[in-house]
Design a protein around this ligand. Sequence first.
Ligand code: ADP
Ligand code: MG
Length: 720
Amino acid sequence: MAHLRIEALRKLHERNAVTVSSPSPKVSDFFGENVFGAEQMRASLAPAVFQKVTAAIKNHEKIDAATADAVASAAKAWAMSKSATHFTHWFQPMTGGTAEKHDSFFDALSGLEKFKGSELVQQEPDASSFPSGGIRSTFEARGYTAWDPTSPMFLYGKTLCIPTIFVSYTGETLDHKSPLLKALKAVDLAATKVCQLFDKDIQHVVASLGPEQEYFVVDKALYMARPDLVMSGRTVFGHAPARGQQMEDHYFGAIPSRVYDFMKEFEFESWKLGIPVRTRHNEVAPSQFEVAPLFEEVNVANDHNQLMMDVMQRVAEKHNLKVLFHEKPFAGLNGSGKHNNWSLITDTGINLYAPSSSARDNLLFLTFFVTTIKAVHEHSDLLRASIATEANDFRLGANEAPPAIMSAFIGSQMSAVLDEMEKKGNVKIEKGDNMYMKLGIDQIPEIILDATDRNRTSPFAFTGNKFEFRAVGASDNCAVAMTVLNLIVADQLDKFYDVVTKDIEKGTEKRLAIANVLRKYIKESRSIRFEGDGYSNDWVKEAAKRGLSNVKNMPRAIEAYLTKESIGLFERHGVMSHKELEARHEIRLEAYIKRVQIESRILGDLAMNHIIPTAIAYQNKLIQNANGLKSLGVDNKAVIQTIREISEHIDTIKNGVRQMIEERKRINKITDTHKRAFAYCDDVKEKYFDKIRDAVDKLELLVDDEDWPLVKYREILFLR
Ligand code: ADP
Ligand code: MG
């Protein structure tokens, strides 16, 4: 039974380094060489056509057929000059990951390579295997993909990939990208309106995202010898190693050489695809790492993140490694997140979350800053829902992960500024810039936060010139969280604008009208602000006192999408209809149920077929030993004690697995998806997973190491 593990460990010793060489000493020589981006378009399209494309992108408009034809023809020529043979619409279905369906440029009928504008603009993949939450059965059986010109096409292998959205025939969105694009449009419109209160030159506001991606890297053979990792992405058993992360010596330490080679190669491949990968380092847990790109426009940044995750998996294969994106692959160690660094930037180049030394710009900054905090306060449940997944439940609130309680950290200086602003009562208006002095906002230092004023325990932290939404899970598609964040900020900005303009119409001085609303927002959103240790138990109590929610599991958390307020919010900005929200809800619950089912099965199978037989075999050895000792007249109490302990653990496991299977049978008969998901959460996952695991992990400590069937934590985390 243990042979798979022993075999894997032997393989590990035979591993050779895979040599990696840079395509060129200078990254700028090959950065973006596989991207059909603005530069390539400018070079290959007629100036008028190129202008049409860029204007359409900026203004969220449709591209007409003639322009699409021209772009398709240029893209084909470019791709074929780089030996491409196929094209594909590349999209992000709700199952996670990315999907594609390849068509060849070569057309056998005409004997020519062809790629028409209509093929660029729209395709019909067979959608029946993608989840639709009942939308397609009620409406129409087919869906189609449609070109997203705001994200550049790229060459992946020999295939020209076209980023697309995925919608049903009746127009309901079936992917992650469509609602995101709509939310980005909403935030552009709302933020621009507000900006124009200050500066009429601002025509657009673009949301930007820099996702810091955490991940684990393990040897492929060791990975393959863990059926739980293969099937569910996480280890369902495994005793904590003698040395975990308590030494904190992995963080910023030297990167192990095999992993280093892997990193170098995936960086080269990412750069070719125009993904601006910049930072790499070890993370807190052993074998955990992080990669961070330079921030980009949210939609492009998210496409790049999705693509990069794929590149990482493919490159890892070559190095006999496996990348784990699961939020909690190893119990007791740090989980993996995807910190979403986010800000809003005007087309005139102002980062709206960067405090400035000019008083006028500071009121603009404060407007966006305070409105964002207010939005988080109003919709904290929805924000929590946006990061809820089955896997993230293991991470939130456990071992150094932001808790399931949504709060915002803003740092001592910004706290002081807001307090000051809130305290000042009615401000008398004076002509000129003096008024800012009265508001106490005349001097916000340009760099608000130094490295020490950081709070790694907050799910939503202000980091000087951007917010960092840290609760997002490592395997998640950022679009889900980004849709909600941009939407709630858009909505709050709209509300802000309405009140302020009405007040101005009534004759209130503009800056005073703005300050009055901000002061009100600061007061109202106080409870969401928390500067202390978010991982502490005190905070859990304090948050309860403040009336903040702490929804521990995904099925309950995502209910927030279906409240009257949320539906109104999504519909008001045209991001999703009630029907789409319902459908998505259904899809997420179904996915949740399937995941818990799979984990429960794999846990049961491993326990019954691997762990118990191993424990019994070892117990038999001990029984022989006990009898031998007895026949020699030697004290065998210690051995008998161990035999008893093993029996107890075996009992716990057997009973646990049997009862868990009974529960599954009962729950599977529940027809209501909500109730079924709740039952899987409470009566399978919560009730049995830890209980069975605990007994198995204790057996791991008792049974002879040579006989143990599963690769141990210390092996998979420390051997390379
Ligand atoms: P940290 O100290 O958190 O590592 P960094 O400055 O390295 O901070 O930034 C982390 C991520 O935040 C990077 O991906 C970076 O590009 C991104 N980032 C920086 N500024 C912004 C911004 N204005 N908007 C969005 N993301 C940003
Ligand atoms: Mg960071």
